[in-house]
Design a protein around this ligand. Structure first.
Ligand SMILES: *Cc1c(COP(=O)(O)O)cnc(C)c1O
Length: 230
């Protein structure tokens, strides 16, 4: 199947999953995860109407951003781990960052965001799988991180993100997501600018959409399997 056909299929799946849990059509947006995939695949998705793309590796993200700079309304989301020596490149090129889990990185991104660009949209990454994952803060640390991020002038907090360990059933996956969804709702009650819960990948879209996801990050189901993965 072509990228355009896959995209159409994924959009249809999202629509059905929204309906299944009585959510408004269009309340879940689709981030196309194009890591390791060639420019031609991104261009094919763009031609099929896709505008938001997610990348995991800084150099690859920067290169693709530059090569496709003629596509003015394309929106780049950085969804990989961030080393502090790479934060400037991210601050200069991305529209969103999903993986804020350290104070140092949050501060650097705010300091390094160019003055001529709007604030960088950020999500705080939460670790909801305990020891399985090294990335993300614990839910207990969330309040402190929120206070910090809100003080920084050039990054704008939009919500939360997680990459949970895969579960064997949809029910189990929903259970893992539940505390994150509670935290997200509580945060939304305090702050009207919070609108994004970034959960759900090719393998767990149904559980994520049932758990309140507002942005699914889908790679494989759109672009096919990757040669190497992260
Ligand atoms: C690779 C990746 C995805 C996409 O995963 P698929 O299983 O290919 O849909 C989503 N989120 C993050 C953080 C990723 O690294």
């Amino acid at each position: 199947m072509s990228v355009a056909e896959n995209l159409k299929h994924v959009r249809q799946q999202i629509l059905e999953l929204e309906q299944r849990v009585n959510r408004t059509s269009g309340s879940v947006c689709l981030l196309a995860v194009s890591k390791t995939k060639p420019l031609a695949d991104i261009e094919a998705a763009y031609a099929a109407g896709q505008r938001r793309f997610g990348e995991n590796y800084v150099q690859e993200a920067v290169d693709k951003n530059e090569s496709l700079s003629h596509l003015k309304d394309i929106e780049w989301h950085f969804i990989g781990p961030i080393q502090s020596n790479k934060s400037r490149q991210i601050a200069e090129t991305m529209t969103w960052v999903h993986t804020i889990d350290r104070e140092k990185i949050a501060r650097r991104l705010s300091e390094q965001r160019p003055a001529n660009l709007p604030p960088l949209n950020v999500l705080i990454q939460v670790n909801i799988s305990g020891e399985v994952s090294k990335s993300g803060i614990l839910l207990e640390q969330l309040d402190d991180m929120i206070l910090l991020v809100k003080q920084l002038p050039n990054i704008k907090l939009r919500g939360l993100m997680a990459i949970p360990a895969p579960q064997t059933s949809e029910t189990d996956q929903i259970q893992v997501y539940a505390p994150l969804y509670q935290a997200f709702k509580a945060l939304q009650q305090q702050d009207c600018d919070i609108d994004t819960l970034s959960i759900g990948m090719s393998g767990d879209m149904a559980a994520a959409i049932a758990s309140g996801s507002t942005m699914v990050r889908v790679g494989t189901a759109i672009f096919g399997a990757r040669d190497y993965t992260s």
